[in-house]
Ligand binder design. Structure first.
Ligand code: BGP
Length: 466
């Protein structure tokens, strides 16, 4: 493991690459879903496919020493038979070589949601065949890029794409079905363990983890009812990913509860043995906000997601389990995301106590509408946000948590899924309407200075310990 703390930014293939049908890339489920529903899409996105050199150079010039990005499965594998697309392989070699040229440590996500449509047509994550296809895809990645990559993660945010795709219905394939959510969740966690197994068997260099959309759970009070609601929420939000990937076991009380109403016979002993035997080396935590809950009171399950950027629309009530509430003392973004840095500090400590694995903060950032026609976007709110969250990380490190890196979401402006491009996260502004011109924001310069000073602080701390 590299001794130096990693400071950088993150992106995902679908959100930045564009070039959606170039060089034999096949359509992903997101291409098809957005095209069919006539929604804003990532056909061009940040045109990173053609501009990656400039983007990676700017990372290095911004003092960053690492970059987290994902590999597009439909760019690398052409069909269900597993035919490798060498043009796709070449593209990622160019990325990795550019990282090397600029002294940037690559941190590679194997799957960030862009399932090939040819697998979606077979049922996608509802079909166990997809798990084995993912395993093959992971092997292709290890074989081709293994010499150039030391940090791998299997999946980005299983909770987010499974719950949104099969339970809430706001992401492809747009279903609202608990039983199917359970199949999808199970298959993804099984597929992750299969990839870890392939990594171990192949004896590749480096380490492998998983990235989770971490929302540590708080309760509105200390009553027993609230504690029970918190456990339900934690199982729903966090435990089925982290317990399973890190400890090798699905939370038993979650499975018991689900089995009262749903079929769990698809959970096979031989799959569970793979999950138990092939746990991760580290966990990646994406942190945007916590989940604040109260006990369930009445009514049907309600899951409303705010993609409009008009405040006050989101709602999460899971019948008989818990209700998510807002903290009247907190600030919220236009997309209803609470700004709560303390949640990161508490969550890091909790995750460390539970799993005792090294942690990377693999995403952290704030999405805002911004005018990027100016010379330099003065994003003080982003600076404050990052400053407070990095402080939270430092505090957790002071309490002994083994944290090894921080990735701002995002390295540069990109396509924000159902929110389009108006919800901006980048350290670098991208003027999508004006030849994709790149201009660093104030936060980019701030981050550079922060890295310089904190790199010194972290080195000193290490020195003092030794
Ligand atoms: C995470 C995803 C990213 C990114 C980010 C911001 O869940 O890993 O892909 O999009 O959240 O979310 P959004 O773009 O929906 O605001």
């Amino acid at each position: 493991m590299d001794k130096n703390f990693l400071w950088g930014g993150a992106t995902a293939s679908y959100q930045c690459e564009g070039a959606w049908d170039i060089d034999d890339k096949q359509p992903s489920m997101w291409d098809c879903y957005l095209h069919e529903n006539n929604l804003e899409n990532g056909d061009v996105a940040s045109d990173y496919y053609h501009r990656y050199e400039e983007d990676i150079r700017m990372m290095a010039e911004g003092g960053q020493n690492t970059y987290r990005f994902s590999l597009s499965w439909p760019r690398i594998i052409k069909d269900k038979e597993g035919t490798v697309n060498l043009k796709g392989i070449d593209f990622y070699h160019r990325i990795l070589d550019t990282c090397k040229k600029y002294g940037i440590e690559p941190f590679v996500t194997i799957y960030h949601w862009d399932l090939p449509q040819y697998w979606e047509l077979e049922g996608g994550w509802l079909n166990k065949e997809t798990c084995y296809a993912f395993e093959q895809f992971a092997k292709v990645c290890f074989e081709h890029f293994g010499d150039k990559v030391s940090y791998w993660t299997t999946f980005n945010e299983p909770k987010w794409f499974i719950v949104n795709g099969y339970f809430i219905g706001n992401y492809p394939p747009g279903l609202q079905d608990v039983q199917k959510t359970m199949y999808g969740a199970y298959h993804v966690m099984y597929a992750s363990a299969l990839a870890v197994r392939a990594f171990r068997v192949g004896n590749y260099q480096g380490e492998i983890g998983i990235v989770h959309s971490y929302t540590p759970v708080n309760g509105v009070d200390n009553t027993i009812e609230t504690k029970i609601a918190m456990r339900y929420a934690d199982n729903y939000c966090n435990n089925w990913i982290l317990d399973t990937a890190a400890l090798g076991e699905f939370p038993i009380d979650l499975i018991a509860r689900l089995s009262e109403k749903y079929d769990v016979s698809f959970m096979k002993a031989e799959d569970l043995a793979v999950i138990k035997n092939y746990t991760v080396d580290f966990i990646g935590l994406n942190y945007y906000a916590r989940t604040l809950v109260k006990p369930y009171t009445e009514g049907e399950t309600q899951l409303v997601f705010n993609h409009s950027g008009k405040k006050g629309q989101s709602k999460v009530i899971i019948k008989d389990w818990f209700e998510q509430v807002k903290d009247p003392n907190s600030e919220y973004t236009a997309w209803d995301t609470e700004i709560y840095p303390k949640g990161l500090q508490d969550g890091l400590i909790e995750a460390w106590e539970r799993y005792e694995l090294p942690i990377f903060v693999t995403e952290n950032g704030v999405g805002v509408r911004e005018d990027v026609t100016v010379d330099c976007v003065q994003d003080d709110y982003r600076i404050e946000f990052m400053n407070d969250h990095i402080n939270a990380i430092m505090n957790a490190m002071d309490k002994g948590v083994d944290i090894r890196g921080y990735y701002a979401w995002a390295s540069f402006d990109l396509y924000s899924w159902k929110n389009g491009v108006e919800k901006r996260y980048g350290l670098v502004a991208v003027d999508f309407g004006n030849e994709q011109i790149r201009k660093p924001k104030a936060s980019y310069y701030w981050f550079k200075e922060m890295i310089e000073s904190n790199a010194k602080i972290i080195k000193r701390r290490k020195f003092e310990k030794e």
